[in-house]
Design a protein around this ligand. Structure first.
Ligand SMILES: Cc1ncc(COP(=O)(O)O)c(C=O)c1O
Length: 400
């Protein structure tokens, strides 16, 4: 009998953190390691946002606030939803938390009972799976296919829905695949949901701004307004505003759910960091032009790494529409012998051999529910990315 609760034994630490730790240990031992595991931009938070935080401290904005966000931030978020998504959310329909992850956690914990089902398309962001498990609910994983650009089709969704389904978790652009659904592809998904009125959708729009080649982002409640009453539109400032450490995320949702989420938050963390909330006000209301500048760099890196991966033996990599990840298949490397003499049987074997032989840290696809593949985050200096591409090519060329 363990002293630990059954719920905590159902979940595991994030695999992305495990790889980052291993890479750090090798680095500390003096190895030259290129880390392509972390899910955060390498760009610094823009100065105007930092200044807003400093100003807030000087003005004494250092006390507790409303549990789920200061009115000024909720107003900025309401304007953002209107301006960028054509969505009307009143301040009472907006929830602000310590990162999008807490807001997601609150929404799921406030709604899931043991036995409820949640449809999670794979490859998925690991937290979806584990938060559902923690709640005692059942993740129903939908395997997408590389041929479909890792996007769930209407047919796949239809098959996964049962009378017990409570949520679909929808994430476009996706972590880990970078896949983003066009308006028509979003519509195909929402058309299925229209036919199943007991299913809600949690749309994780965290990578909304990180799209390339004239891709136009849309979100379910915008494409299918009849779903508005059963949609949570989740977003945050971490990725587009280079504010991962500030910990501010938010969602628009029906008022009764926002209230329940605030109750939960009031009994765990209370308000998100006051100073970070003021910084987020500036992020959403201030100049947005740096996003396009950052995106130009991200696009260049995506094209570079996709090109290099597709020239590596046994690797096939689709070119995704957004985020800062690529998700190559390593099926062609399975069954071959790595430099250590060990046969590569799984994508985990592949990433461990790659890290040990060439000092390149990536995350195995099986951690995201779809393999054999691996995730590369290209939010790293272009020169390091190019060197990593060369090392991956050499590694794959040496497999026997
Ligand atoms: C798909 C997705 N959603 C949500 C988040 C949460 O971001 P944060 O908690 O930093 O707002 C992340 C972060 O990695 C993510 O990749």
């Amino acid at each position: 009998m363990s002293f630990l609760a059954a719920s905590i034994q159902r979940i595991k630490p994030s695999a992305t953190i495990a790889v980052t730790d291993k890479a750090r240990a090798l680095k500390e031992a003096g190895r030259d390691v290129i880390g392509l595991g972390a899910g955060e931009p390498d760009f610094d938070t823009p100065d105007n946002i930092k200044e807003a935080a400093i100003k807030a401290i000087r003005a004494g904005k250092t006390k507790y606030t409303n549990v789920d966000g200061i009115p000024e931030l909720k107003a900025a978020i309401a304007r953002k939803f209107k301006r960028e998504n054509g969505l009307d959310y009143k301040p009472s329909q907006i929830s602000v938390g310590t990162g999008g992850k807490q807001v997601l956690f609150n929404a799921l914990a406030a709604t899931l009972d043991p036995g409820d089902e949640v449809v999670v398309p794979a490859p998925y962001w690991v937290s979806y799976y584990d938060i559902v498990m923690l709640a005692g609910a059942v993740p129903v994983v939908v395997q997408t296919r590389m041929e479909d650009g890792f996007k769930m089709t209407a047919k796949m969704l239809e098959k996964a829905i049962t009378p017990k389904t409570k949520w679909l978790i929808f994430n476009s652009p996706s972590n880990p695949s970078g896949a983003a659904y066009s308006r028509a592809e979003v519509k195909a998904v929402t058309d299925v949901l229209v036919r199943h009125p007991h299913v809600w959708v949690l749309s994780d729009d965290m990578y909304e701004h990180l799209v390339y080649d004239d891709f136009v982002f849309t979100t379910p409640a915008q494409v299918e307004p009849s779903l508005y009453e059963r949609t949570v539109t989740l977003n945050g400032v971490s990725k587009a505003y280079c504010m991962t450490g500030w910990r501010i995320g938010y969602a628009g949702a029906p008022e009764f759910l926002v209230k329940a989420m605030a109750t939960l938050q009031s009994q765990s963390t209370t308000n998100p960091n006051t100073i970070a909330q003021w910084a987020a006000v500036e992020a959403l209301n201030g100049p947005q032009d740096f996003i396009a500048r950052n995106n130009a760099v991200f696009k260049e890196r995506r094209d570079l790494i996709v090109g290099m991966l597709n020239q590596a033996n046994g690797i096939a990599c689709p070119k995704p529409e957004g985020a800062f990840y690529v998700y190559p298949s390593c099926a062609g490397a399975i069954g071959k012998k790595g430099p250590s003499g060990k046969t590569i049987k799984t994508d985990e074997d592949f990433v461990v051999e790659l890290l040990e032989a060439e000092g390149v840290a990536v995350v195995q696809g099986s951690a995201f529910g779809l393999g054999p593949a691996f995730r590369i985050s290209y939010a790293t200096a272009t020169s390091a990315l190019e060197e990593a591409g060369r090392r991956i090519q050499r590694f794959c060329g040496n497999l026997r």
